[in-house]
Design a protein around this ligand. Structure first.
Ligand SMILES: [Zn+2]
Length: 265
């Protein structure tokens, strides 16, 4: 009897996903179409790997993505691959913050909207170069986990966007380090995020470091993995000092710790 086993790539809502295919003779490249971008696979030993992300609010269930194989004789082959999104249960948390952040006045609201447009333009860029070669590391020395990723948020009684990063315990003044090599694409004060640093690691991968008390880098700087970016603090919409660490992986908001678990490509 012939049994056919169909395997799908599986990832939970808000999780980083590593796709891999074995190397084969004549194969010169693989890309996957993900969130409107053609993401290149990385050659790694006997395989080709790609890191992609399933957004926090992706619809659970079956999806499909197109994978393109390129060969040295110039021909290409497109294969549709199934991707299964698993539903995750994220709790709702109610928080009390300064009224200025709970119910912003029109001026602050307008500022927050301008800044949201600016950061979304950053995430829309796709740098076709990969700046990192090592695994991602946690930006607070000794921190093993984060809190609150994916939580539905209610601030001062108002439902707001889900929490798209992990909160790491860090008192004001704790040094914050780059999770990996990349280019600084934002380094300034934002209304909700406070003092913020955004790093573009290439291939659609960004990390963000929010609520800092001090910023030690500037836009355009190339930073190394483990380089100090600034100091933890309590700027912007917070209930106390901590580091908010975020990851965008090809337009998806994913749990930074799911990226750390993937290791080095
Ligand atoms: Zn946070």
């Amino acid at each position: 009897m012939l049994s056919l086993l169909l395997t799908a790539w599986v990832a939970g809502q808000g999780q980083a996903l590593e796709m891999s295919f074995p190397a084969e003779p004549g194969l010169t490249g693989i890309t996957v179409r993900w969130s409107g971008h053609q993401v290149p696979f990385i050659p790694s030993g006997d395989s080709w790997l790609a890191f992609v992300g399933v957004d926090l609010d992706s619809k659970p269930g079956d999806h499909a993505v197109d994978v393109t194989y390129m060969y040295s004789d110039g021909h290409t082959r497109v294969v549709r691959e199934p991707v299964q999104v698993r539903a995750e249960q994220y709790p709702t948390t109610e928080l009390q913050v300064e009224e200025r952040y709970g119910n912003p006045n029109p001026e602050d609201q307008a500022r927050a909207e301008r800044e949201a447009a600016e950061t979304s333009a950053i995430y829309d860029t796709f740098t076709p170069e990969r700046y990192w070669t090592e695994a991602f590391e946690v930006p607070v020395r000794g921190a093993k986990d984060g809190r609150n990723f994916g939580h539905r948020r209610v601030f001062n009684g108002q439902p707001r966007a889900p929490h798209s990063g992990a909160d790491l315990r860090a008192s004001t003044g704790t040094p914050i380090y780059a999770a990996n090599r990349g280019r600084v694409v934002l380094a300034k004060n934002l209304f909700f995020s406070g003092n913020a640093v955004y790093i573009d690691h290439g291939y659609g991968l960004f990390t963000t470091y929010l609520h800092l008390s001090q910023i030690d880098v500037k836009v355009g700087d190339m930073v190394e993995r483990g380089q100090q970016l600034g100091l933890a603090g309590a700027t912007g919409r917070v209930t106390g000092p901590h580091l908010h660490w975020g990851v965008r992986l090809v337009d998806a908001r994913v749990d930074p710790f799911s990226l750390v678990k993937l290791g080095a490509p």
